[in-house]
Design a protein around this ligand. Structure first.
Ligand SMILES: C[S@@+](CC[C@H](N)C(=O)[O-])C[C@H]1O[C@@H](n2cnc3c(N)ncnc32)[C@H](O)[C@@H]1O
Length: 319
């Protein structure tokens, strides 16, 4: 087993097991997903009080740092640059691990059940998000004919959907042209054949770009970048009537602002101008009979700065 825990005693290492994920997700998970978790060790240890304090200090200092840049329309070139690094690695290696965004595992701490823990296993943070994805993709994407990820970045999530649905046409939509280039290269290199890239901007949705009938749509840590400007995108989705829409995003409404770590997460959302008012907006649409919300829950899983992987699943009414 490869991990960073050589100097710790067995007692100091703790492992997340399938049942731990069932507890935070509030549901039984499939035998396939349980098997996947067992094959991808989630070893971690607790922080001492001093270590925890130093991480908390880092979060607070970041929230108060004037140099931290909020999300918004001006960020396009930064995303192009970030994904270009993954594109270059993919060009050289032609292996899908080149697609993993570099922000995973950047810090030696992640959030689990409203606490900070110290990951020991390799790819711990990336794999925690993978568990949430597998859980939702198995539930909602198995039988759909086409799958669209909006704000797809390097398309590594879309390749995960392929493990769940062997035949769907896959569509990666992003405002960066580099995301499209990555998809072209994935096809050229024979890593995925049935995938198409599309330029798409949440701030200015192209209404001539139509979704295939019966399709599924999802976003992962992408609509967060739209701040309060998500309405045009939701209007776009409503006019296309997808079968199901899944979001794994930071959702303030689902956190507990009386809990200190949740409170810091909410403050960080504000600092970065992340998604704001999204669930309230969807709930108003549901009250008006326009949509049905199937699921809205936090996952108690997150990165150092945010509990950012809450889940909202909905469908337009009358599809
Ligand atoms: C944190 S990354 C997540 C990427 C991918 N969903 C993932 O999970 O790896 C945010 C993504 O949102 C995209 N994005 C940001 N603003 C956008 C906008 N206005 N329209 C479309 N995509 C946008 C970025 O280019 C980037 O790919």
């Amino acid at each position: 087993m490869s991990d960073n825990s050589a100097n710790l005693t067995q007692k100091e290492k703790i492992a997340l097991l399938p049942v731990d994920f069932e507890n935070v997700l509030g549901e039984k998970i499939s035998p396939q997903l349980s098997g996947w978790i067992e094959n991808h060790p989630f070893l971690y240890s607790s922080f001492s009080r001093a270590e925890r304090d130093s991480w908390l200090l880092k979060i607070v200092k970041t929230i108060n740092d004037y140099n931290v840049i909020p999300a918004g329309e001006h960020r396009l070139s930064q995303w192009e640059m970030g994904w270009h690094e993954n594109l270059s690695t993919l060009e050289k290696s032609k292996v899908v691990s080149a697609l993993i965004p570099r922000y995973f595992g950047k810090y030696g701490a992640v959030r689990w059940k409203q606490d900070l823990i110290k990951p020991l296993s390799v790819d711990f943070e990336y794999n925690m998000l993978a568990v949430i994805e597998y859980w939702l993709f198995e539930k909602y994407l198995k039988d759909v004919p086409s799958i669209y990820e909006f704000g797809c970045g390097t398309s590594h999530n879309l390749l995960r959907t392929r493990q769940i649905n062997k035949t769907a046409s896959l569509h990666g939509c992003d405002w960066t042209s580099t995301a499209e280039k990555i998809i072209s290269l994935l096809k050229e290199a024979g890593l995925e054949k049935n995938i198409t890239g599309h330029l798409f901007d949440f701030f200015n949705p192209d209404n001539s770009f139509r979704l295939e009938p019966g399709s599924a749509v999802y976003t992962v840590a992408a609509l967060e970048q739209a701040g309060q400007n998500f309405e045009k995108f939701i209007t776009y989705l409503l006019s296309n009537k997808p079968k199901i829409c899944i979001h794994i995003e930071p959702i303030t409404e689902l956190l507990d602002e009386t809990n200190f770590l949740d409170y810091l997460s909410i403050e960080y959302f504000k600092k970065r101008n992340y998604l704001n008012g999204f669930l309230h907006f969807l709930r108003r649409l549901e009250l008006g009979g326009r949509i049905k919300i199937h699921q809205a829950q936090r996952t108690y899983i997150g990165s150092l700065f945010v509990d950012g992987y809450s889940v909202v699943v909905w469908s337009p009414v009358g599809v």
